[in-house]
Design a protein around this ligand. Structure first.
Ligand code: M6R
Length: 586
């Protein structure tokens, strides 16, 4: 959460602004910018989405050095005072920060005793006030030694033509262009400016200008890093005729599938899968947060069906409290779209320290999680901009399907090609009409059995995060054990049914809801007769596919239902309140 960018070159204001737009997925509570020309600073700040900053900026098309920041509030409310950049007491040093300083209260107390004044409540302002008026490497080293917590820092001074930086547990990259040099939380900011970039590691700090990059490691030794080539294909900036990125990205699931089929047939990818197959393990853990956790649950169901060993799916932020038996014989698969989720990263370190075989499934091969895993399996979905994860979930499940089949020695290409031909995104008119009704309700339940229960959880998360309607997912059989007490005519229940074998039981549970006046909505891939259809107030049918892909087929329509409901409520589905795309704090 929070995105930072620093830039040295021409057209500083507009290039930093473009960087902010690209980083906005990391938070949109406020944004700010500071530009140094000569020995003067010009500062811009605004609360709200990045667009709010634009009218305040006065474009000066000459060379400059600048920093910019987009904020997801952690410490201190959404206000101009808490907006980055923050300044040293003398005003000569400015910085932007992503992360959390855990000992900021103690540091702040000491600084107040020394007579320093604070404008806001952020932990980041404390770092700024730790700087004296002269910015140099010794000062930076001294300041970072005082900090406990996570930080990606970019710092400039009125007296220097360098951007200084430091990184610990928050992502940070340096971009190298012909006419400019940059630093940012995400290398996607470098597209159009740089053709290569350097990945900074925890403990790295230093400074760069257009001419040189000086990096010290955590042992204070100067190190050389090999720049990597920037992959331009990842970026997803155009709406391409869609009203929102979320809708575009739902439809891009098909492209992701095509790409996965192509790449996972390659020799290089099969070699990777073979390395995994040759590892010795007798347990599998699948670990992630939010939607990535739900993909893990789908993976767990594939693997439990395929293998004769224990498979567990765990929530990353909970795993350390569970006293699980993680050792050299544990295959730990970390699932993360961004590859930067702090909870998932901590869980990865935890499993690594216990000797686990740490593997990742990410959408970002340059990310911290991909770097720390011994093998990374890319989901090849292209950049996902909307906060609500859609195509990434779809692609994560597909990659989990491939890993399962490869380890089991079963073909995965033919079934995936078949599925590609049968993908059904649902009927827009039917989904819009249902969405316009759903928009008027205050709470919604989703129910399902087996994999349909996992789909219910994911559909419920999608609906709540972008429509703010209270929703909950329940295993169909559990309703009668308590939740049914909440059912009356004001509560729609969305029944997900894609598994013939348990349909009758699910139907019984649906009838129990009907008997209590609840509104019944069916999402199904099954052929149901008219009599059954009559039991429901609304039915959404999508094409049947093979059982393994049913959750992926049906989720597309459920994602669109959430999307259309948000639109019907006049909300922006791409930027839901209180959320950020990349959750880099624990
Ligand atoms: O980048 P990650 O996959 O690690 O993110 C995990 C969750 O924060 C993420 O899936 C979140 O739940 C989404 N907003 C759900 O749509």
């Amino acid at each position: 959460m929070c995105g930072i960018i620093g830039y040295i070159g021409g057209n500083v204001e507009s290039n930093l602004y473009l960087g902010l737009e690209r980083l906005e997925y990391r938070g949109y509570d406020s944004s700010g910018m500071v530009i140094k020309r000569g020995s003067n600073f010009t500062t811009y700040k605004a609360t709200g989405v990045v667009e709010k900053l634009k009218p305040t900026i006065k474009e000066v098309a000459t060379f400059g050095i600048g920093l910019a920041h987009t904020r997801w509030a952690t410490h201190g409310g959404i206000s101009i005072e808490n907006c980055h950049p923050h300044f040293s007491s003398c005003g000569d040093t400015a910085l932007v920060h992503n992360g959390i300083i855990e000992n900021y209260e103690e540091l702040k107390g000491d600084l107040i005793k020394k007579g320093k004044y604070f404008y806001g409540q952020t932990d980041s302002e404390v770092i700024a006030k730790l700087f004296d008026c002269k910015l140099n490497i010794n000062n930076l080293r001294r300041v970072r030694e005082k900090l406990i917590g996570s930080y990606a820092l970019a710092i400039i001074s009125k007296n220097s033509d360098y951007i200084y930086f430091a990184k610990n547990k928050s992502p940070l990259y340096i971009g190298l262009g012909n006419d400019c040099a940059l630093i940012a939380s995400d290398p996607s900011c470098f597209v159009g400016f740089a053709d290569s970039y350097i990945t900074l590691e925890d403990g790295d700090y230093g400074k760069f200008s257009k001419k040189e990059v000086i990096i010290y490691d955590k042992n204070n030794k100067i190190i050389k890093k090999q720049p990597e080539k920037l992959d331009f294909s990842f970026i997803n900036e155009e709406l391409s005729g869609y009203s929102h990125f979320m809708l575009k990205e739902i439809y891009q699931s098909r492209i992701a599938l095509e790409k996965i089929i192509e790449v996972y047939q390659s020799y290089a990818m099969k070699e990777k899968l073979e390395i995994l197959k040759n590892k010795e393990f007798d347990r599998i853990y699948l670990i992630g947060c939010g939607t990535a956790y739900h993909a893990g649950l789908i993976g767990e169901s594939y693997m439990r069906d395929a293998f004769n060993i224990d498979v567990f799916c765990e929530i990353a932020s909970e795993i350390i409290y569970k006293n699980l038996n993680i050792d050299e014989k544990s295959l730990c698969i970390f699932i993360s779209q961004s590859g930067e989720t702090a909870d998932t990263l901590s869980a990865l370190e935890y499993c690594k320290n216990r000797g686990g075989i740490v593997v990742s499934i990410t959408n970002t091969e340059y990310s911290s999680i991909a770097h720390k895993a011994i093998l990374n399996f890319p989901i090849l979905a292209g950049q996902e901009k909307a906060v609500a994860s859609t195509k990434a979930y779809f692609a994560q499940c597909i990659v989990l399907y491939i890993i399962t089949n490869y380890l089991k020695g079963i073909d995965y290409i033919f079934p995936l090609q078949n599925f590609k031909r049968q993908i059904d995104f649902g009927d827009d008119n039917i989904l819009k009409s249902l969405a316009s009704k759903l928009a008027n309700f205050e709470k919604v339940f989703f129910i399902g059995r087996k994999r349909d229960y996992i789909t219910a959880k994911e559909a419920s998360l999608k609906l709540k995060e972008i429509t703010y309607i209270f929703s909950s997912a329940e295993p169909s059989g559990e309703l009668k054990h308590g939740v049914i007490a909440l059912i009356d005519k004001t509560v729609p229940v969305i029944v997900i049914a894609t598994d013939e074998k348990v349909f009758n039981k699910t139907l019984n549970n649906a009838c129990e809801i009907k008997a209590r006046g609840g509104k019944l909505i069916l999402f199904t891939t099954l052929n149901i007769d008219n009599e059954i259809e009559k039991a429901f107030d609304f039915v959404v049918k999508v094409n049947k596919v093979s059982q393994a892909f049913m959750p992926l087929q049906i989720i597309l329509s459920l994602q669109k239902l959430a999307y259309f409901t948000a639109v019907a409520k006049g909300l922006d589905p791409d930027k839901p309140r209180n959320l950020a795309k990349s959750v880099t704090v624990e």
